[in-house]
Write a protein that binds this ligand. Structure first.
Ligand code: NDP
Ligand code: 8X3
Length: 256
């Protein structure tokens, strides 16, 4: 069922899978107009079918400057005034230690999680400032705070997201534009780990075996809560883990 327009428009990157898709579905259910952006736009057809004119499906590669500008310049009038930008597109590639990692994987993570996120923000932020309102939700990760073996560049890109979000808040003081960094831990049911393991779905599945992980719907719930808060209320950062996930002791290497 298509709800009445709630008056707000959201742009969600990485909408074709996992968190992004669930966030789009949740916001559409709440009456938002949603720009659902990703490279694999065929994945977004079910949303288009269900929500019709409330959803604008857009092909977007956040790594490519022209792709981001083209999206900005081609938005239909009804979708131009973006209230909520969800910078969700991102990925991890590889879990090897730094000295065995493939540099192309590092480059792709930096291009997507750092440059892509910065590029989309740079493109859409001035309109929000001009309108005196808006909310940028960046998808960070606990990997940006807590190191783990093999997290090397992925964790570093998410540390960028955390600090970029805080620095945006400093620049946006007095503009009415809000910024939040969501930092999830282990979340199942998305393509994240099969992408990380280059299509090894068995290895990906083994990570979640016997664990009640966070779900995409939990993340969509978080986005919905943050986006529904009154204008005077800014969540700077929110860290979320499944109850089943916690901390290990620091590693100590001992002499033989
Ligand atoms: P998925 O792999 O299921 O989804 C990733 C999305 O990002 C896809 O829709 C993909 O779309 C999109 N994407 C990737 N590269 C690009 C690109 N160059 N341009 C545009 N879109 C792109 O993973 P999740 O839903 O799990 O992850 C979403 C976000 O959450 C990521 O930023 C991830 O780092 C973060 N995260 C995930 C956690 C987890 O455990 N799952 C935990 C913490 C954070 P397409 O390929 O069609 O372009
Ligand atoms: C994804 C969470 O712990 O796999 O960002 O790095 S983790």
């Amino acid at each position: 069922m298509v709800n009445e327009f709630c008056g707000k428009t959201a742009l969600v990157t990485g909408a074709s899978s996992g968190f992004g898709y669930a966030i789009c579905a949740r916001l559409l259910k709440e009456g938002y107009r949603v720009i659902a952006a990703a490279r694999r736009t065929d994945r977004l057809e079910p949303l288009q079918r269900e929500y019709g004119a409330m959803v604008f499906v857009a092909e977007l590669d956040v790594r490519v400057a022209e792709s981001v500008l083209q999206l900005h310049d081609s938005l239909p009038e009804a979708f131009c005034a973006i209230d909520v930008l969800v910078n969700n597109a991102g990925l991890a590639l590889g879990l090897e230690p730094a000295f065995k990692a493939d540099f192309n994987d590092w480059q792709t993570m930096i291009d997507t999680n750092v440059t892509g996120l910065a590029r989309v923000t740079h493109c859409f932020l001035p309109d929000m400032v001009k309108r005196g309102r808006g909310l940028v939700i960046n998808m960070g990760s606990i990997a940006g705070t807590y190191p783990y073996p093999g997290g090397n560049v992925y964790g570093a890109t998410k540390a960028f997201v955390a600090q970029f979000s805080l620095n945006l808040r400093a620049d946006l003081a007095g503009t009415g534009v809000r910024v939040t960094d969501i930092q999830p831990g282990l979340c199942g049911g998305t393509e994240f780990s099969s992408v990380r393991f280059h299509g090894d779905t068995d290895r990906a599945a083994s990570l979640y075996a016997g664990v009640d992980a966070i779900t995409s719907e939990d993340i969509a719930e978080t986005v919905s809560w943050i986006a529904g808060l009154p204008p005077h209320f800014n969540v700077n950062a929110i860290e979320i883990m499944p109850t089943a996930q916690s901390f290990s002791p620091l590693h100590v290497s001992r002499k033989a």
